[in-house]
Write a new protein. Structure first.
Ligand code: FAD
Length: 400
């Protein structure tokens, strides 16, 4: 009977262990994670956690009994330090060594450091783990000021939560608009207006030259003082173990659709991977819960010999105030955008079209448009752009 060692007990690793059991794997499973906490959901850390609406137990993927009951050897607080592919062994920082038949690398990603003077100040905050979120939460409240460096999803969500707690929030973005790397300008403008209405100060085109745990210095010499400074400038794949043992990596471990690496005994899943996207014919690194779950399922199917699951369209969500943003697909090769609905009402969708096919939909409080777009991407359906923009026409009638 074979033995699987999973490195990283996060969303992907924890889910893979669960799917393996669900699909009837009867061998040994070791699930080893560097954190002290059993696998948990991170999305609420920038939302419900900061507002005190959830706790550690509620975030866990499985009950605390699940692992023992299912004979999953959960080892917490230990980090893998090296993989010996010839001997099929993993070494850990507690001195133990574990043999494997299959290895699943699910080491996720880490918050990117600010490459500036002061960027290594221990007082700077980041948001990746429960202890990070707790530290940030302690720094928020009435009369406090939070400076957020980076106008991406995590930064904007944290700013919204800070406002809900009565703190002042200043979002500092180097680009011309927030969400520039990840969303359309329509969406950026909508969220800028919404955050501004809620009292968040958004400073775009702002060049930061130095930081500390309590201040941000701009290129023109201005210094912004704050009770806390959160750095949210993206994440880097934890792919060092894979690089060290010679697996193919390209800012992320390169895997095939079944999550297999360049070594047939080693899989990789979740944020740490660079994977093929079937609907787009590109390799990409996704950082989302749906991706972690999809790859966890794929690896469990591949190891247990089940047929591979159907191709999925990548998707993601973000919650800010009462705005539920859902994005399906990626705007690769898009040549036109169609807005359905009115961003002033707070319910609209931006469709990105490549010729007459939808390649991406960004939907704010518009679940129907999101579902329609996601299915249209999956089926590569053709749509009529003019009628898609007309809300008086039922969305299904826009299909050609
Ligand atoms: C604040 C925040 C908000 C988010 N919001 C959303 C959202 O709204 N929607 C969405 O879809 N996604 C969201 N995400 C992204 C989502 O949480 C991640 O994509 C998902 O957690 C990826 O799962 P993973 O298992 O690959 O990585 P992780 O969940 O990060 O788990 C990786 C684990 O591996 C451990 N590890 C690292 N190195 C080693 C080692 N050498 N040995 C052992 N263990 C190791 C790490 O400590 C960690 O516990 C959010 C993420 C954050 C941080």
């Amino acid at each position: 009977m074979s033995k699987i060692v999973i490195l990283g007990a996060g969303h992907a690793g924890g889910s893979a262990a669960g799917f393996l059991k669900q699909y009837g794997f009867e061998g040994e499973i070791v699930l080893a994670g560097a954190e002290q906490i059993p696998p948990y959901q991170r999305p609420p850390l920038s939302k419900a956690w900061l507002k005190g609406e959830t706790n550690e137990n509620a975030l866990q993927l499985r009950s605390s009994e699940f692992y023992a009951e299912n004979n999953i050897d959960l080892r917490l607080g230990i980090a893998a330090t090296a993989i010996d592919r010839t001997a099929k062994m993993v070494a850990f920082d507690d001195g133990t060594v574990e043999p494997y038949d299959y290895l699943v690398i699910a080491t996720g990603s880490r918050a990117r450091k600010l490459p500036l003077p002061g960027g290594d100040d221990d007082l700077l905050l980041e948001l990746r783990t429960i202890p990070d979120a707790e530290r940030l939460k302690q720094a928020l409240g009435g009369g406090k000021r939070l400076a957020v460096i980076g106008g991406g999803y995590v930064g904007l969500e944290a700013a919204a939560s800070a406002r809900a707690l009565g703190a002042e929030a200043v979002v500092i973005e180097r680009m011309d608009r927030v969400l520039q790397r990840v969303a359309s300008s329509t969406l950026s403008e909508f969220f800028t207006r919404r955050h501004t209405r809620e009292g968040v100060i958004i400073r775009t085109g702002a060049e930061v030259v130095a930081v500390s745990g309590h201040s941000v210095t701009f290129a023109d010499g201005e210094v912004l003082e704050a009770h806390a400074v959160l750095v949210g400038i993206g994440a880097t794949a934890n792919d060092e173990l894979a690089l060290q043992c010679g697996l193919e990596c390209a800012e992320g471990i390169v895997v095939d659709l079944d999550a297999r690496t360049s070594d047939t005994a080693i899989f990789a899943i979740g944020d740490v991977t660079r994977r093929p996207l079937p609907h787009y014919d590109v390799m990409h690194r996704l950082e989302s819960v749906p991706n972690a779950l999809e790859q966890a399922k794929r690896v469990a199917c591949a190891i247990t010999g089940r047929p591979a699951p159907q191709d999925e369209v990548p998707w993601f969500w973000s919650d800010q105030y009462d705005c539920k943003l859902q994005i399906a697909g990626l705007p690769f090769g898009a040549s036109a955008q169609v807005v359905r609905g009115d961003s002033d009402t707070g319910s609209f969708a931006v469709f990105h079209l490549k010729d007459d096919r939808i390649v991406c939909v960004e939907a704010v409080n518009a679940a129907h448009s999101f579902m329609f777009g996601k299915q249209a991407i999956a089926k590569s359906s053709r749509v009529d752009a003019a009628t898609l923009a007309d809300e008086s026409i039922p969305i299904k009638e826009t299909l050609l």
